[in-house]
Design a protein around this ligand. Structure first.
Ligand code: SF4
Length: 449
């Protein structure tokens, strides 16, 4: 009920990216060839590509460096008449009417095919050389009253985490400066709370932190639990770039993981963030005992929101001793149960999830998040090929370990990646700048009819 209410409520906002689209995610090539045959004017090269009369290599180089607007609504407005993009044998579009069956069909593609398609979609919408580095700092650790069965910070479980008070503003700003010096362009602050609620003192300090980090030229993100509409507005005014609030898993599996707040509560916070004009960061965790249908179900909820989250973090469970899911995984590994065992997440699970997210939400930053330490460089490369374009650096992700900064720098050098600057939009993709991406526009439709 509430979900449909939220969707209706949100539908009053301008829907830059709602557009008429083809029915299948990968239409047969006859769709485009019919379009091209109907009228040559029906197929347009996107406005960010050089015109066919401009073909000097210097112009192309400049086009590579061209950035799209960072403000997501400005960016979306550029694409309001866009129907689909095609590169080689792959066609993709920004859609909000995905069915679960369509997403499941993508998720279940043979792995080699899924990777090919995701990689092509990535190259149509993003510059694959650019990977944003973010830092996540726990500004208030432990002591949370929620019962998330994976979380080391819940008071309900006996884990290694010792609750600590909220960090001082200056300490946080110093940490942000260190993150900036190390190459991060986005700084996220997390507090282990059910909700911001009536914590007025703490909120005043957080607003100060947001202002301070923003003044350093970094993108600022917070994850503070549930937010009211008014709190979201205040955060926006302080200069907050993004708010993270994960859905974690599908609506069906969610009650097996968390019982102290509902899926609808989470969607309400996301709607409050969206309404305040803050960019939405919302993703999930693999390894919560979910089935593949739950992974598809989570992507279905995200990809059918009136506006896709600008950022979707994909996490692999870091099993922590003392948490129900951590203990369950350990016990099942010990007993070596073949049937129904809660297996740890492997690189293929992660790549499949990232690739499907990339295909169904092509304009979204897909962030390779917790659990990265358990994957080799080669495995992480597979995830970048699947369409991930952000990592979290620093040796800690809230309370769990993360690769050392130097290791990440070496990985970037090895793979030829550059970081994404703060507050600047994505680089135009080389395939797009070269004119290899065919962009079909909505006005071609009337001619097709
Ligand atoms: S995930 Fe967040 S809300 Fe859930 S127990 Fe941990 S800190 Fe609390």
């Amino acid at each position: 009920m509430l979900i449909s209410f939220l969707l209706q409520k949100s539908s009053r906002r301008p829907m830059m990216m709602m557009m008429s689209i083809q029915k299948t995610p990968f239409p047969k090539s006859s769709f485009l060839s019919t379009m091209a045959r109907t009228t040559s004017a029906a197929v347009h090269i996107d406005r960010f590509t050089p015109s066919s009369s401009t073909n000097s290599s210097t112009t192309t180089t400049q086009q590579y460096q061209q950035r799209l607007p960072n403000q997501v609504h400005q960016r979306n407005a550029l694409y309001q008449d866009e129907v689909a993009r095609t590169l080689g044998d792959v066609t993709a579009s920004v859609r909000h009417d995905w069915t679960k069956d369509e997403i499941a069909a993508i998720y279940q593609l043979p792995f080699y095919e899924l990777m090919h398609r995701a990689s092509m979609v990535h190259r149509m919408y993003w510059n694959p050389s650019e990977v944003q580095q973010c830092t996540l700092l726990s500004i208030k650790t432990g002591g949370c009253t929620e019962d998330c069965k994976y979380c080391s910070q819940s008071t309900r479980y006996k884990t290694f985490v010792k609750p600590t008070p909220t960090m001082k503003v200056q300490e946080v700003l110093q940490a942000a400066q260190r993150a900036k010096d190390a190459g991060s362009t986005r700084f996220c602050m997390g507090a282990a709370w059910r909700e911001l609620g009536n914590k007025q003192n703490a909120f005043a300090h957080i607003l100060e932190m947001v202002r301070g980090v923003n003044a350093m030229g970094l993108e600022v993100c917070c994850t503070l639990g549930m937010l009211t509409a008014e709190q979201a507005q205040q955060l926006k005014q302080a200069g907050l770039t993004a708010y993270n609030h994960n859905l974690d898993t599908s609506p069906e599996h969610y009650p097996n993981v968390i019982t102290t707040r509902s899926y609808e509560d989470r969607l309400q916070t996301i709607a409050n963030v969206r309404d305040a004009g803050i960019s939405v960061c919302c993703g999930g965790i693999l390894g919560l005992g979910e089935k593949e249908t739950d992974r598809v179900g989570l992507l279905h909820v995200l990809a059918t929101l009136p506006e896709h989250p600008e950022s979707v973090p994909i996490n692999a469970l870091v099993a922590v001793q003392g948490t129900p899911l951590g203990d369950q995984q350990q016990q099942q590994e010990d007993e070596d149960q073949e049937e129904d065992a809660m297996k740890s997440v492997d690189v293929f699970d992660m790549a499949r999830m990232i690739a499907t997210a990339r295909i169904v939400m092509p304009r979204t930053m897909v962030r390779l998040s917790a659990g990265r330490l358990s994957f080799s460089d080669a495995e992480q490369f597979l995830m970048f090929q699947a369409g991930a374009n952000s990592i979290f650096n620093g040796d800690k992700l809230l309370t769990t370990s993360n690769p050392e900064f130097d290791a990440d720098q070496a990985l970037f050098r090895k793979l030829g990646f550059q970081g994404k600057p703060a507050h600047q939009g994505p680089l135009v993709a080389p395939a797009e700048a070269d004119g290899h991406v065919i962009v079909t526009h909505v006005r071609a439709e009337a001619q097709l009819a």
